[in-house]
Unconditional design. Structure first.
Length: 171
């Protein structure tokens, strides 16, 4: 999946997924955090979760982002700028999810069951946005910078504000 992530990040940056552009994004901000996340997922899948946990701790130190051990995203997961990103370990997401810096995908309360966001596919989440609690974010959604999402977001929409409200929906 690392190649798919790099391919999608190159497309986001340059509207091209050529090898040259993939190499350019390989050295860009956030790519090491994406790769460490994928490595941690791999080790968890082969039942070496402790290795994955260590990788995520190193990721936290090197990239200033916290990605929980159980986080699951489809191919095309992109961290544009990882600083300040916090993702609860129970969050799930589809394909082509792009996060800017300072994004928080978190639980609404302590305890069990943990209530966390579920993200669809083809999502862009702007810098500083927060998605908190048992919230479903549909497919083809843009969450504006610094928005605070506390309720479900329908497919094909743009949400902004505190609390987030829908400002546009495409059919």
């Amino acid at each position: 999946m690392i190649l798919e992530d790099l391919r999608y990040k190159a497309f986001c940056y340059y509207e091209s997924s050529s090898w040259k552009d993939m190499l350019r994004v390989f050295f860009s901000d956030g790519t090491s955090a994406m790769i460490m996340y994928r490595m941690a997922r791999f080790f968890r899948r082969i039942r070496l979760g402790i290795v994955g946990a260590v990788i995520l701790k190193v990721n936290k130190t090197l990239n200033s982002c916290v990605i929980g051990r159980g986080v699951s995203f489809g191919e095309g997961f992109v961290l544009m700028h990882p600083v300040g990103v916090v993702i609860n370990g129970a969050v799930t997401g589809g394909k082509n999810v792009v996060l800017e810096s300072g994004v928080v995908l978190g639980a609404s309360r302590n305890g069990f069951p943990v209530e966390v966001p579920e993200l669809g596919s083809n999502i862009f989440i702007g810098a500083g946005a927060k998605i908190i609690g048992k919230v479903r974010v549909g497919d083809n959604v843009t969450v504006g910078a610094n928005a605070v999402v506390l309720s479900d977001v329908p497919d094909n929409s743009v949400v902004v504000g505190v609390p987030a409200r829908e400002v546009k929906r495409e059919s």
